[in-house]
Design a protein around this ligand. Structure first.
Ligand SMILES: C[C@@]1(CC(=O)O)c2cc3[nH]c(cc4nc(cc5[nH]c(cc(n2)[C@H]1CCC(=O)O)[C@@](C)(CC(=O)O)[C@@H]5CCC(=O)O)C(CC(=O)O)=C4CCC(=O)O)c(CCC(=O)O)c3CC(=O)O
Ligand SMILES: NC(=O)C1=CN([C@@H]2O[C@H](COP(=O)(O)OP(=O)(O)OC[C@H]3O[C@@H](n4cnc5c(N)ncnc54)[C@H](O)[C@@H]3O)[C@@H](O)[C@H]2O)C=CC1
Length: 154
């Protein structure tokens, strides 16, 4: 069985990120680019997180934080807590557990943007190192080769 890939129109939709570290920053930037309304629950925030563009709950996570969010990213450095967030979510909530792919409702993908095109890479959770390598190769190809190939096709 394979996973089902989609593009979400997430503009103005509320998204919860639990944890405010390096990984949260990386996932946040893609979500902000797509216009999501982000709330972060974390006692601290990575210095590169743009505080003016998010709502920050400066506290430790508890279950009540999940209320009102369909999409949740569990990005803390505690695998047990990320798992707890996944377990405490309701049926209609989708949780990205970043420390255990086997207890996660959705995965992020390697992304390359080029004008209106989005190229995404996924190993369906099997090998993120491979995904990272292929994404880098794809990025070079999109920059170096694609423009001339598109010109030829015109
Ligand atoms: C299932 C998934 C869920 C999700 O995160 O959505 C997942 C899971 C896990 N990743 C882990 C670790 C790392 N992942 C990366 C990198 C990326 N990981 C990404 C996606 C995904 N990772 C999803 C499936 C992807 C697929 O299907 O192929 C990318 C593509 C996109 C993104 O992260 O946005 C991005 C590369 C893109 C780019 O760079 O372009 C690095 C390297 C780095 O950070 O530089 C490390 C550190 C390695 C190290 O330290 O050696 C761990 C162990 C955690 C632990 O040990 O605790 C788990 C948990 C597990 O596998 O169960
Ligand atoms: N899926 C992926 O792509 C990757 C996953 N990881 C996983 O992500 C985890 C986090 O990594 P980093 O962001 O680098 O760690 P980090 O240490 O930079 O950030 C962790 C954050 O979680 C917060 N946190 C801790 N306890 C909390 C609580 N009770 N409530 C709310 N927030 C809490 C901390 O305050 C901090 O802001 C790693 O341990 C690893 O399991 C790491 C790299 C890639």
């Amino acid at each position: 069985m394979s996973m089902y890939p989609v593009l979400l129109n997430i503009k103005d939709k509320p998204v919860l990120i639990v944890g405010g570290g390096r990984l949260a920053k990386r996932k946040l930037l893609h979500l902000l680019e797509a216009g999501a309304r982000i709330t972060i629950v974390s006692p601290d925030l990575h210095p590169d997180i743009p505080t003016k563009q998010i709502t920050w709950r400066a506290k430790h996570y508890d279950k009540s934080d999940l209320a009102g969010f369909s999409l949740v990213l569990a990005c803390t450095d505690r695998a047990d807590l990320n798992e707890q967030i996944y377990q405490e979510s309701q049926d209609l909530q989708w949780v990205n557990n970043t420390s255990n792919r086997l207890a996660s409702d959705f995965y992020n993908q390697g992304l390359v943007h080029s004008k209106n095109l989005i190229f995404s890479v996924s190993s369906q959770g099997m090998d993120y190192h491979l995904t990272k390598r292929v994404t880098r190769l794809l990025d070079s190809w999109v920059k170096d080769e694609l423009p001339s190939l598109l010109e030829e096709g015109e």
